[in-house]
Design a protein around this ligand. Sequence first.
Ligand code: CUK
Ligand code: CUA
Length: 660
Amino acid sequence: MKKSLWIAFTLLLLTLMLVGCGRDKEPAAEDLGEALPADALAVASERGLSPDDIRAALMTYTPSGILDEYIMFASGGHSGNVIAIGMPSMRILKNIAVFTPESWQGYGYGSTDSETVLNQGNVNGVEIRTGDTHHPALSETGGEYDGDWLFINDKASARIAVIDLRDYETKQIVKNPLLINNHGSTFVMPNTEYVLEESQYATPLGWEFAPISEYKEKYRGLMTAWKFDRETGRIDPELSFGIEIPPYWQDLCDAGKLVSEGWAFCNSFNTELATGGVEQGNPPFEAGVSQRDVDYLHIFNINKAAEVAATEGKYEVMNGMRVIRMATAVEEGILYLAPEPKSPHGADVTPDGKYLVVAGKLDPHVTIYGFDKIQKAIAAGNATPDEFGVPVLPFDEVMVAQVELGLGPLHTQFDGEGNAYTSLFLDSALTKWSLGGDDPAGYKLLEKTPVQYNVGHIAAAEGDTVSPDGKYLVALNKWAVDRFVSVGPLLPQNLQLLDISGDGPMKVIYDMPMGIGEPHYAQIIKADKIESWNTYPEVGWDPLTQSPSEFATKAGEESIVRDGNNVTVNMTAIRSHLTPEHVPLKQGDHVTWHITNLETAHDATHGFQLGGYNISLSIEPGETTSFEFDAVNSGTYTYYCTEFCSALHLEMMGYMFVEP
Ligand code: CUK
Ligand code: CUA
């Protein structure tokens, strides 16, 4: 483009974009045109920005003090955490510690609250301090995100965590007593009655030892429905149950909604029952697992299962969990299968709940199933049992359409305009295609946009609700390669924000390197739906119980109480001192130490580290936090506040004397 033309176009674009900017006091378009700094175009030209770049910048640049419209909760993959990201600015707002210790938040470095939560996730006495988070799920009411709770799974050790969005902290970890890995989780029912968790790689239930030669007889999968209690804000294992399923490798699930509410759908692979063992001359897993042309979509009637799990005599209790055995599940009409093309990945229910989309992974198509057709096929009774006796519904009776999209289709999202979006891992591209209802001819590939590179999940604004917003789509790319300045051989993942508003082509408008684990999935919620606290409701608050703490200390009531070898420290923190300033101990003492942050001001957090004893705390305004330790080593130690909270922050310290 000629330079003069280019400048004219850019100026026009800038003016148009600024007209559309939603600020409280909007200057008239002409004023903005005139108000543009004279050097704006020079800057654009100097930096080599194209008109598209300028448009993208204007859509995403968020001036200081202006708040983001959406919050994206992205899994942190093998960082074992969740990242809250503002959209469209793509600014990281918070790293929420979940399965792994995190020093800044004082999570897993001594504080009783965090140790209590982390220890709930221990496996038979083994301390687990790592995790692999995949699928965050926001709590829903009536199929809409309600902004109250967030759930996330740990694939590595089959655990589920509950995060309270009032303070963005992890409140509970539940360990599945029958699984040692999961993947199809977390997914919630439209009113969050259950949080679903499904196994991935089959093992004997309870991961008892059994030789791989007994795979078909002893190895199994499990769908788990964890009962969530909104009153307590906790999963109640007593009211939760499992459904035994064949030892296929179940993959990814979605809960039904509206017409399909009460049902759940999961794709699977390895219906070949490959057991690996290349060292014994068997085909390697990656070949053994993808021999057949079809695998099985798993269809669960969760509501029916809940009834059966509440009926004495219809379930067994295994490792403390009620389990509906496979034969009962079949008998009671809880479990059905349907063929799905070659090693699929992802099952996604459309916003109206009428259809679900399964992506091929090794097949260039997505397959669309009709919930209505599934119900008719069940009623027609033409199913044939698989080798475990589970009815397989005829493909022709349940399939509505297939759309050829490209290589390696993985995950699908929706907008509110009747379109679907599917990621293509091998093509490194996103597709947009139309939903056609019951008319197979209505399903059409509309466009394809390259992303960089190897996209896994995609997340659309309010994408898993009954009313997605469209507008933005995020591609969670696995590879970054040349997108960023080199930071050594371990590269960040690349999150790309796309503008999908209007009828124009989808456009990448922002690249966000995510240098914290591999985000698999993310959910995006309107920011104003979350009513998070600025400070804890009362001074002396226990965040674990979300109620006043019995260990709260008031100003002037600080103390050190000795009872034999047990010493209790009741401390307060306020700008700019920790009281008491001297803590005298004797070697061998058992110390219980409570600190109350007396502050009521927004953002007046005090941190606390105790050198030599691996203690790190974050004490938010109003919070009371505790830790315990044995004073095994004598010496003179220092503790201090780790947040630069005032001009006299460096003075916010104290001595701990441990007399030999
Ligand atoms: S998975 Cu990672 S890209 Cu765990 Cu949902 Cu598909
Ligand atoms: Cu409190 Cu620094």
